[in-house]
Structures are given as structure tokens and as C-alpha cells.
Design a protein around this ligand. Structure first.
Ligand code: NAP
Length: 282
């Protein structure tokens, strides 16, 4: 069987698997944490094809691979190949983290919990009782809708260019979830961009996921994008007096949860955050 991860001498290997992973920030985030905590692990980015996913998981079962992060396009495939899945990963049908429990591989999804932790940390407010508009209905939107429903949101409206996908994502929030339109942004407490509109390299960096006119002062506006650190969407929201938050918090907090699942240690969140901001700002 081909080996995908070669641990450096005496170290436990961890990696992100996906395609592409060349520009992944995960090695920077996790290696900063391992170094800070003097944990003898090393983390790399490994590009694999769909056909290679089951081989990598088999390698993890048999060797010194301690943890895997999973990114596009393999999150759904891994959910079907691990031995156990957590309730969140099962409901989302997607795994972004694999840990070991004895000989078994356990699939987790830390995106939603990471999002909630980030919002609470940055806004210093609880998530419950508020109304939310989630723009987009892909993997991130689903994880956010599920987490908001569990966190006691009063209403979770999902709006995307495909209404059946919006309804599916909104249903993850339970009774408080429904599909809706972008114009409803005016009435909500929190607006979340969960599309790639405005992301560097996506070809639409100057576009907005929502017309500026429907946002107002006092709202919390979140962009899950972290590159650039301040998208056009956030710049506009900030200009009209909304409180803004980029995707770094979610990126770091979902990674921190993975770190703890693998090492049983509390993650050095500030070290991870500093390392990633330094890398993005280069
Ligand atoms: P995804 O599964 O591909 O979903 C993207 C969503 O955006 C889909 O609903 C898609 O609609 C919609 N969309 C894409 N391009 C659009 C356009 N030009 N106009 C209108 N809608 C458009 O991607 P994802 O994994 O959910 O990621 C979404 C964003 O969140 C990305 O920017 C990603 O970087 C970010 N993200 C951040 C974190 C973090 O930790 N901060 C974690 C995950 C994701 P269709 O389905 O119709 O194509």
C-alpha cells in the first residue's frame, strides 16, 4: 500500500487531505500550536485524489498518523469511510476531522461549533435568541445553520441561488430554520456570508453577496471568508456602522477543536491565530 504521510523521526504525523491543498493554512496553524505546546507532532498538507481517500484512512488505522483534517472535495467521502461518525458529522454528511478511538477511526465535523465559539469570543454576546440570515447553502452554511439551531437561535433564514438547497440547509436548524430572500437581511440581527463571493482568487473579489442598502447600523455582519482579511462586504458593512467579523475566528476555533480531539490538550488559540494572520498578511 502506498504511504501518503511519512512522519519525521519519532513524531506523530497529522495532515490535511484534500485537492487542492497547496495553499492550505492548516500546517501553519497546527505546527505553531504543536511547537508552542512542545507536542511531538508534525502536520503537513497532502493532496490526494478521490480514489486515494480509502488508502489514506487505512494508513491511519495501521500507522503513526494521529489525526487528519479533511477539506474539499473529500468531506463527504470520508464520512462514508470512517468507522464511526459524531452526531454533527452524520447530520451534515460531511467530516472535516478524523481522530482515533482505539483501532477505530472517528469522523467529526467541527465547523459549526467553531463558528459559534468564534462569534461568542468576538462579539462577547450569546448566540441564543437572535435572528440570522445565512447567505449560501453549501457545506459551511449547513454547518452554521445546524449549530445556530442548536445554540438557541430565534430564527435562521437561509438564502441562496438554489431554493431547494436553501430549504435543505435551513432544515438543519430545526423549527427555527426556513429558506428566505436576501431582502430579509434588513430585519435580522446577524448576517453571515457563507458563499465564496469576495474571496481572493475566486474571480469576484470586488462583488458583494448582498446589496449594501439592506444592512444597517448595529447589525453583526460576518464573512466566513478569511482571505482577504477584510472583504468588500465587510468594508461596506463597517462603513455603515455594522459590527463586523471575518472568517479567521471560525477557522481557528474549528482547528482548536480538532487539536483537542487529537491531543486531549486545550489549544493555544492565540498562538494559532497570530501564526495564521502573519501568514495571510505576507
Ligand atoms: P460550497 O459548499 O461550495 O458552498 C458555496 C455556496 O455559495 C453554495 O450555496 C453556492 O451555490 C454559493 N455560491 C457560490 N458562488 C456563488 C455566486 N457567484 N453567487 C451566488 N452564490 C454562490 O462552499 P463552502 O465550503 O460552504 O464555503 C463557502 C465559503 O465559506 C467559502 O468562502 C469558504 O472559504 C468559507 N469557509 C470558511 C470557513 C472558515 O473556517 N472560516 C470554513 C468553511 C468555509 P451553488 O450550490 O448554487 O453553487
Amino acid at each position: 500500500m502506498a504511504k501518503f504521510l511519512i512522519p519525521s523521526a519519532g513524531r506523530t504525523a497529522a495532515a490535511v487531505i484534500g485537492d487542492p491543498v497547496l495553499h492550505s493554512l492548516s500546517p501553519t496553524i497546527y505546527n505553531a500550536a504543536f511547537e508552542h505546546d512542545q507536542v511531538n507532532w508534525s502536520y503537513s498538507a497532502v493532496s490526494i485524489t478521490a480514489e486515494q481517500v480509502s488508502d489514506v484512512l487505512e494508513e491511519m488505522r495501521q500507522s503513526e498518523i494521529g489525526g487528519l483534517s479533511v477539506t474539499m472535495p473529500h468531506k463527504e467521502a470520508v464520512a462514508n469511510l470512517v468507522d464511526e461518525t459524531t452526531a454533527h458529522a452524520k447530520r451534515l454528511g460531511a467530516v472535516n476531522c478524523v481522530s482515533k478511538n482505539g483501532g477505530a477511526l472517528v469522523g467529526h465535523n467541527t465547523d459549526g461549533e467553531g463558528f459559534i465559539k468564534a462569534v461568542v469570543a468576538e462579539t462577547k454576546e450569546e448566540t441564543e435568541g437572535k435572528s440570522y440570515l445565512v447567505i449560501g447553502a453549501g457545506g459551511a452554511a449547513k454547518a452554521v445553520a445546524l449549530a445556530l439551531g442548536e445554540a438557541g437561535a430565534a430564527e435562521v433564514i437561509v438564502s441562496s441561488r438554489n431554493d431547494s438547497k436553501s430549504r435543505k440547509a435551513a432544515s438543519l436548524a430545526g423549527q427555527v430554520g426556513r429558506s428566505g430572500s436576501l431582502s430579509e437581511a434588513e430585519e435580522v440581527d446577524v448576517i453571515i456570508n457563507a458563499t465564496p463571493i469576495g474571496m481572493r482568487g475566486a474571480g469576484n473579489e470586488n462583488q458583494l453577496p448582498l446589496p449594501v442598502e439592506v444592512m444597517h447600523k448595529g447589525q453583526i455582519v460576518v464573512d466566513l471568508i478569511y482571505h482577504p482579511l477584510e472583504t468588500e462586504f465587510l468594508k461596506n458593512a463597517s462603513r455603515i456602522g455594522a459590527r463586523t467579523m471575518n472568517g479567521i475566528g471560525m477557522l481557528i476555533h474549528q482547528a482548536a477543536l480538532q487539536y483537542t480531539l487529537w491531543t486531549n490538550k486545550e489549544a493555544p488559540v492565540h498562538i494559532m491565530q497570530e501564526a495564521v494572520i502573519q501568514q495571510i498578511s505576507k
